[in-house]
Write a protein that binds this ligand. Structure first.
Ligand code: 5AD
Ligand code: SF4
Length: 449
């Protein structure tokens, strides 16, 4: 064997959502057990893995671009193996090998335990493909190897897959059915992180509100229960969660949040559209009125919370009036932040099979721009309201713009920047806000209250 394969170095790139970040941490854990060492330098890797996203056409475009770069690397160092893992691997399966000859391995999100065996298979000259989806796999017993920028904040996967079947969405096809992770393994992971000095954990899943652990004796434990248990582990450990689905966000979850100050005052609640007609076409399972009722419930249980969202412009059948309803809903809710997209048809989804992608590209663009412009105005106004207030901020590191400034987030998940003193990464500090931009609060540390 060549010197290179003896050294077994893994280089991994991760695209897409937080679930992919968490999955890459599981993959690293599995590969380290096989003697792989993680490297930040692609040039010295014996194995290159790319954890992929399929959510929109442009997410996949970006990955094809990366595969060009990996192919060139392989040409320079024959013997380098390339694996595509995650959602795009699941969607394209063997076709990926045909479309990009440099790829050796294709592994879907539920098949990571098979990775070491497949890598061996590749070493013996075959390709390695496993895109079998599972009804049970949660990787609950695997302690992920953390890859975050600091040792302060970590993602913990609590459930996988999705049963919602929104008509535009590829996720149920690439991540399979919904399943919840054994709570004991979640508690153990939280405790381990807290003992290691972590100050914040984010419980993640495609739809955390439909978390439900079922025991053999017929009892079942919902997300509100899990959240409360986790909040009790360490009162100085911040708890976040994502993503919530408006149809499942219960008052009980809001009540638990209100009772525990260490559960952060932030809810990411993707709305997609403000029009009941479009929501129905999307099969979202709620109306505009239901969504606004959830917003009112958040405001009454958690008056100091910030709400963020995902919005899509130009879904099938959306007309000007539907679009106006999205804008008016945004004004009502006053989102602190939004991820905003143009609808992009995904092969195999119900919308692709049954509905006409009938909003012209130009119209999609124009509507998206109106949504972005409005959100910028709203973000600026929401941030402005924080001026004069004091927040507890978890220090995460230097600010992007200046090494003389520190950056962190408040409970509301807003980024706060302030001048560096003798604070350490991982400290909780009180910061009074003096200025705001649409994306950032700027202030100064004040004495603890
Ligand atoms: N086109 C555009 N955006 C999409 N999203 C999901 N599917 C599509 C699609 N086909 C957006 C939704 C979702 C976010 C993760 O991505 O807003 O909440
Ligand atoms: Fe992308 Fe969805 Fe897969 Fe996350 S689950 S990586 S958003 S396709």
């Amino acid at each position: 064997m060549s010197e290179m394969t003896d050294r077994k170095k893994l280089y991994i790139e991760t695209y897409g959502c937080q679930m992919n970040v968490a999955d890459s941490e599981v993959v690293i854990s599995l590969m380290q057990e096989q003697g792989y060492e993680v490297t930040e330098r692609m040039e010295e890797a014996s194995l290159i893995l790319v954890n992929t996203c399929s959510i929109r056409e442009n997410a996949e475009q970006r990955i094809w671009g990366r595969l060009d770069v990996f192919r060139q690397q392989k040409e320079k160092r024959p013997g380098t193996r390339i694996g595509v893992i995650g959602c795009m691997a699941e969607r394209l399966k063997e076709d990926l090998l045909k479309r990009e000859k440099a790829v050796d391995l294709v592994v879907g999100p539920d098949a990571y335990r098979a990775l070491p065996g497949l890598v061996e298979q590749v070493e013996s000259g075959q390709n390695g493909v496993n895109t079998i989806l599972s009804r049970e796999e949660t990787y609950g017993d695997i302690m992920p190897v953390r890859t975050g920028a600091n040792n302060i904040s970590a993602f913990i996967s609590i459930m996988r897959g999705c049963n919602n079947m929104c008509t535009y969405c590829i996720v149920p096809y690439v991540r399979g059915r919904e399943r919840s992770r054994d709570p004991q393994t979640i508690f153990r992971e939280v405790e381990t992180l807290a003992q290691a000095g972590y100050r914040e954990v984010t419980l993640i899943g495609q739809n955390v509100d439909s978390y439900r652990w079922r025991t053999n004796d017929g009892r079942s434990y919902p997300f509100a229960w899990l959240l409360e248990q986790v909040a009790q582990i360490d009162s100085r450990l911040r708890i976040r969660f994502s993503t919530s689905h408006p149809k499942d966000l219960s008052d009980r979850v809001l009540e638990v949040m209100a009772r525990y100050p260490n559960i952060c005052r932030h809810i990411h609640l993707p709305v997609q559209s403000g029009s009941t007609k479009v929501l129905k076409a999307m099969n979202r399972g709620y109306t505009r009125e239901w969504y606004l009722n959830r917003i009112d419930a958040i405001r009454s249980h958690l008056p100091d919370a910030q709400i963020t969202t995902d919005i899509m412009a130009g879904f099938c059948s959306e007309n000007e009036d539907d679009h106006r309803q999205t804008l008016s809903l945004m004004e009502y809710v006053e989102y602190d932040f939004a991820y905003m997209f143009k609808y992009s048809e995904r092969p195999g989804t119900r919308a692709a099979r049954k509905m006409e992608d009938d909003v012209p590209e130009q119209t999609k663009k124009k509507r998206l721009q109106e949504i972005i412009d409005l959100q910028n105005k709203i973000s600026a106004a929401v941030k402005q309201k924080a001026v004069g207030k004091t927040f507890e901020v978890l220090v995460e590191g230097s600010s992007k713009k200046s090494s003389q400034q520190l950056s962190g987030r408040n409970s509301q998940n807003q980024v706060v920047v302030f001048p560096k003193g003798n604070q350490q990464v991982g400290d909780f500090v009180q910061v009074r806000i003096d200025q705001a931009t649409p994306g950032t609060l700027i202030g100064n540390q004040v004495e603890s209250k």
